[in-house]
Design a protein around this ligand. Structure first.
Ligand SMILES: NC(=O)c1ccc[n+]([C@@H]2O[C@H](COP(=O)([O-])OP(=O)(O)OC[C@H]3O[C@@H](n4cnc5c(N)ncnc54)[C@H](O)[C@@H]3O)[C@@H](O)[C@H]2O)c1
Length: 289
């Protein structure tokens, strides 16, 4: 049986949720976005408007398409407004307790046929599914930042997921103009399982004084064709987030390559969190990079 997805709700309109909502609306889906307070909702909707405006300025999207996408987005702080939704995409803070509380609220309002998806980067899809009333209709849809630009979405099923549910998720991702790739429900799925040890190795090279951060990043951008060096990427992701992810992966896999390097812990302890704090492996205080 084919499941048709027409109405989508994106839960959380932060960095990822706003990008995902924009992508859904641009692809023609009726898109609800939910935040915890009216202020946070307004901020999130503002982020979507700004991103669409930027797209118009750069010529990637017409004013008309941007306006019709905005017209398909409705904001709410009330889960009761989401009764008619076919697919819920959860993109709230990376905290299992918060996610669980939200799924419990949604279970009460959502249609029994509705699919729940999580955009989590580091939590187990199976564990999240098990906290809901519908583990057979629960999947991972892992978008990348910035969601409007990044082509890949990792799709994750669990032992309990019905085949037609993961297929519906993948068909939906294709309708967004993105490429789904099926990933196992293990730490880091595919991309981060490879990327995180590489980033941590770059920190270990700084620690071991193999080279300065500038040299490492130049080596990987000019020598390996990476669009961004590993240390600039860590600053972009946030060193606190990177430490949190490394701790989770190491906790589960117990492989030395996932262990957070001491330098990372010390930088986070001092509040050197990367771009967002003005200082990480590079200095952003004068917007020098
Ligand atoms: N940041 C990334 O690069 C990235 C990439 C892929 C996936 N993710 C995942 O996406 C999710 C969100 O990350 P983010 O970076 O967008 O975080 P964020 O902090 O920017 O946004 C989270 C938003 O969720 C809102 N929120 C919290 N509880 C809520 C609730 N009960 N109902 C509705 N809204 C609620 C918060 O107010 C906040 O605006 C996390 O699971 C993260 O692992 C993040």
């Amino acid at each position: 049986m084919t499941i048709e997805i027409k109405k989508v709700a994106v839960l959380g309109c932060g960095l990822m949720g706003s990008g995902i909502a924009e992508v859904c609306a641009r692809a023609g889906f009726d898109t609800a976005v939910m935040e915890v307070t009216a202020d946070l909702l307004e901020r999130g909707l503002g982020r979507i408007r700004a991103s669409l405006d930027k797209g118009v300025q750069k010529g990637g999207v017409s004013r008309e398409d941007a306006d019709s996408a905005l017209g398909r987005i409705r904001g709410t702080t009330d889960p009761g407004d989401l009764k008619d939704v076919d697919l819920f995409i959860e993109a709230v803070i990376e905290n299992i307790g918060e996610k669980e509380k939200l799924y419990q609220v949604l279970s009460k309002v959502a249609s029994p046929d509705a699919i729940f998806a999580s955009n989590t980067s580091s939590l187990s899809i199976t564990e999240l599914a098990a906290t809901t009333d519908r583990p057979d209709r629960f999947i991972g849809l892992h978008f990348f930042n910035p969601a409007p630009r990044m082509k890949l979405v990792e799709t994750v099923r669990t032992l309990a997921t019905l085949p037609e549910v993961i297929e519906a998720g993948e068909a939906f991702i294709r309708k967004l103009g993105k490429e789904p790739i099926r990933a196992p429900d293990g730490p880091g799925f595919i991309v981060n399982r490879l990327l995180i040890p590489f980033l941590l190795d770059a920190i270990r090279m700084v620690e071991a004084k193999v080279a300065e951060p500038e040299a490492i990043d130049k080596a990987m951008t000019l020598g390996a064709g990476h669009p961004m060096g590993p240390l600039a990427l860590l600053d972009f992701v946030g060193l606190d987030t990177s430490l949190y992810i490394a701790d989770i992966f190491y906790g589960e896999l117990r492989e030395a390559r996932f262990a957070p390097p001491p330098l990372l812990k010390r930088m986070v302890a001092l509040g050197y969190l990367g771009r967002k704090s003005g200082r990480g492996f590079f200095d952003y205080s004068a917007r020098s990079r």
